[in-house]
Design a protein around this ligand. Sequence first.
Ligand SMILES: [Zn+2]
Length: 95
Amino acid sequence: MGQKTYTIRCTVSCDACQGSGRVTNPVWQRFFVETRDQKDPDEEAWARANGLSSAVEIGHEEDWCNACEGDGQVVRDVSLWDALTDLGVTLRVRN
Ligand SMILES: [Zn+2]
């Protein structure tokens, strides 16, 4: 019999978006941080001061997460041994 390799599918919540599948546009995030003390921040003025022609160029406030493509979770294959070790299971191999 040929050598066997067992692979387990591991599903983890996406770190990049905390499982929501969406991320806040980093440029908007900067806008919110930099203008948080202003009562009525001017998006257009801020955009122009940051080298953009208008606020439209910033794009959507939220985008699909690239890391998980909007799924909120990441699926990867791991070896059976890595999965067991991760779960805290220790086995002795019979020779
Ligand atoms: Zn994600």
